[in-house]
Design a protein around this ligand. Sequence first.
Ligand code: AMP
Length: 422
Amino acid sequence: MSQEFRAPRGTFDLLPPRGEAVLAIRDALSAPVRRAGYGYVETPIFEDTALFERGVGESTDVVTKEMYSFSSRGGDELTLRPEGTAPVLRAVVEHGLYRQGLPIKLWYAGSYFRYERPQRGRYRHFSQVGAEVIGTDDPTADAETIVLAMDAYQALGLTGVRLLINSLGSDESRPAYRSALRTYLRGLDLDDDNRQRVELNPLRVLDDKRPEMQKALHDAPVITDFLAADDRAHHDAVRSMLADAGLSFTDEPRLVRGLDYYTRTLYEFVHEGLGAQSAVGGGGRYDGLAEIIGGPRLPGVGFALGVDRTLLAMEAEGLQLPAGPRVEVFAVPIGVDAARRSFALVTQLRRTGVAADLATGRGLKGAMKAADRSGATYAIVLGDRDIVAGVAQIRDLRTGEQQQLPLSDVVAELRRRLRKDG
Ligand code: AMP
């Protein structure tokens, strides 16, 4: 018996029409940053494993449990990228982009991989659109990334996206907070994983979403009480600029995110309609990351927006999903010569900007059905006898009206009817 193949666990196939919706969502999520002058960057889908171990952080679930790591045939230790910021920063450092003037503004989109427990909205292969502002610690950059992301959600018609923000402080604020938090956490009855996190990076424990843990964490010290004056000023400046831009947000002093590199500003976009996996996007500042991966000091801030969850959020709000381009003309040939001639007509239409398709290898009934299903406005019905007579039938598929035209006029007439001739 032959083997039946299925998409691997935690992955899914995107089929039409949802595939078209995802393309359009990706475009919409990136449109605001493109309009704001961010340049497009593409990095490989795999990187040296050490880049993520160092960049994302050895205390994170992403690094300890979720990486798709492998040795290549040549013995290189590689990992399918679990996130986009460390690779982009690696590229900026490798190519010395920071020598051409700062800040550097970049955007990207693509596939990311994490070995997570699959559930609705959480996959092992998922799609993100990301943006980074690298080489500045100006709070304007933080506010800009947040506003551009929110503008993208709004352009898609989403009304239920909420913004949560926090500051994790810099190295000036963090040690005192970490030690206060550690003291508090050591007083709790924790499982082995969390006990380990307390020693490695106690902030990680705050990310434990289990209700009993959230309850136990209720009285934990919050970072905002420990912010040094500079960190506080930075945070207040970001918050004022968001307010000026008309954004409402919720201060969430316990917000932490799954990657270790964040400093100061941290934010998340959540949507009620998604259930447990409520984050549709998130981001933050990472002032130490470039140095951690062997580069110069390059403070930066950026976001990653989840394309798959944005689609789920749109469905939850009952929004009409964006559709792909619709075929305008569909040719129905009857006979061998008609098939060749129809293909030539369709090619000519396509080359002049008309969305056109044709039936191949079907009887008349199947071909007419295909024409209807295509959503085209006009059909060209062409038989071998029509060709001898030098004519074709143009059928308006909305009204059923049919008109006979000289074959040589078909393209011009359709272009005129579709207003493509001027
Ligand atoms: P992160 O890279 O963890 O900051 O995630 C940024 C955004 O990517 C999240 O808010 C989600 O929308 C999306 N995302 C992260 N992990 C997954 C996953 N496993 N499956 C689907 N979407 C994800």
